[in-house]
Design a protein around this ligand. Structure first.
Ligand code: NAP
Length: 316
C-alpha cells in the first residue's frame, strides 16, 4: 500500500510530539495494517511523553497505548472490520496509536461490533478494565458495603462508581472541584475532596478506590474501617505517600495496587460485555474529541483535570 499518512512523533521526552507526514507502512505477515480512526490520550501516554514511566521507547517514537480503526490489510482480521488496539508494548516500547496508519501485531487488534463509535472503542478498555479489576479483583466489593471512589467524574472513577453500585455497594463519589459535583454518576452520593471527613461521608467506609493519589489518598485512608481495603489506581494529584508505620499497623487497612497491565486478560470478558452496555447507554463514559493538530489542547485539558471522561484524538 502506498500513500501518505500522518503521525504524532515524540522526538524529545518532555516536549509534545510533532505532527509529521510519513509513508503508509507496508503490510507484513503477522502484522495488521490499520487506518486509525480514534486514539486515546491517557495519563499513561502523558507519562511516556514526559519520560516518566518504567517502560519507555527509544526516540523518535509514536505514543498512544490505545486506538481503534479499520483493518486495511491482515492475515488474521477481515479487511474493513473495526478493531480496537492495545497491548504488546504499543505506545510504550514500540510505536503506538497516535497516527493515521499503524502496522501493529495481529494480537493487539481485537474486533469490536460494527457500528461502535471508534472513540468509545479506543477509550473504553482502560477505564472499564481498571474499574472492573479495582472493584471485583482487588477491593473485592460485597453487596451492602460502603465504597468511596475518588476522581469520581474521571474516566476510571465514573465507571468505578457504576461498577461498584452494580455490585450492590453504597457508593460515595469524590471530586476535586464544585463544577464536577453534577458530573458524578447518579449512582453515587457526590462529595468534594475538600470536605472529606467521616461526617461528610456518613461514617467509616469498607473500601476505597482511589484514582487520584497524593493528599486525597491520605485523607481517604483515614476513613476506612479496620480490615478495610484501599485499591490504588492512579496518582494524578501526587505520586508520593508518606506512611507512619505505627499508624499504618494500628489502622489495619490494606493498601492494594491495581495494575491493568497484569490483569488485562482476566478482565477481558467482563470488559467486552461492558462495551455493549456502554454502546447501549446502560453504562456511561463521557468522551471528548480533539483533532491531532490540537494535541496541545487535549493534553492541557487532561493535565489540569478540566477534561471530563475520556480524551480522544480523532484521526478520521
Ligand atoms: N493502575 C492502572 O492500571 C491504571 C489504569 C488506568 C488509569 N490509571 C491511572 O488512573 C488515574 C485516573 O485515570 P483517568 O483516565 O480516570 O483520568 P481522568 O479521567 O483524567 O481522571 C482523573 C481525575 O483526577 C483528578 N485530579 C486530581 N488532581 C488532579 C491533577 N492535578 N491533574 C489532573 N487531574 C487531577 C481529577 O478529578 P477532580 O477534578 O475531581 O479532582 C480527574 O477527574 C491516572 O493516574 C491514570 O494514570 C491507572
Amino acid at each position: 500500500m502506498s500513500g501518505k499518512s500522518s503521525a504524532l512523533v515524540l522526538e524529545r521526552f518532555g516536549a509534545l510530539p510533532r505532527l509529521l507526514e510519513r509513508p503508509v507502512p507496508e503490510a507484513q505477515p503477522g502484522q495488521t495494517l490499520v487506518r486509525m480512526l480514534a486514539a486515546q490520550v491517557g495519563h499513561l501516554d502523558l507519562n511516556v511523553v514526559d519520560g516518566k514511566f518504567g517502560i519507555l521507547p527509544d526516540l523518535p517514537a509514536v505514543p498512544g497505548t490505545n486506538g481503534a480503526g479499520l483493518v486495511l490489510a491482515s492475515d488474521t482480521h477481515p479487511a474493513g472490520s473495526l478493531v480496537r488496539i492495545n497491548g504488546k508494548g504499543l505506545g510504550l516500547r514500540r510505536d503506538g496509536c497516535w497516527r493515521s496508519h499503524a502496522l501493529v501485531p495481529d494480537a493487539t487488534a481485537v474486533p469490536v461490533p460494527e457500528g461502535t463509535d471508534p472513540a468509545l472503542a479506543c477509550g473504553f478498555f482502560t477505564p472499564a478494565g481498571t474499574a472492573w479489576a479495582a472493584v471485583h479483583s482487588v477491593a473485592d466489593v460485597r453487596p451492602g458495603e460502603r465504597v468511596l471512589v475518588t476522581g469520581a467524574a474521571g474516566a476510571v472513577g465514573s465507571l468505578t462508581v457504576q461498577v461498584a453500585a452494580r455490585a450492590g455497594a453504597e457508593v460515595i463519589g469524590v471530586v476535586g472541584r464544585p463544577a464536577k459535583l453534577d458530573r458524578v454518576p447518579a449512582a453515587a452520593k457526590a462529595v468534594l475532596a475538600g470536605d472529606l471527613t467521616a461526617e461528610a461521608v456518613g461514617g467509616p467506609v469498607d473500601a476505597v478506590v482511589d484514582t487520584v493519589g497524593g493528599p486525597v489518598l491520605r485523607a481517604a485512608l483515614g476513613l476506612v474501617r479496620p480490615r478495610g481495603r484501599v485499591a490504588l489506581v492512579g496518582y494524578t494529584a501526587g505520586r508520593e505517600l508518606t506512611v507512619d508505620l505505627a499508624d499504618f499497623l494500628l489502622a489495619d487497612v490494606s493498601l492494594l495496587p491495581v495494575n491493568l497491565m497484569t490483569r488485562g486478560r482476566e478482565v477481558a470478558v467482563d470488559v467486552d460485555r461492558m462495551l455493549g452496555e456502554l454502546a447501549a447507554g446502560e453504562l456511561e463514559l463521557p468522551v471528548e474529541r480533539h483533532r491531532p493538530e490540537r494535541l496541545a489542547e487535549a493534553v492541557e485539558r487532561l493535565r489540569t483535570g478540566e477534561a471530563v471522561g475520556k480524551v480522544v484524538l480523532d484521526f478520521s
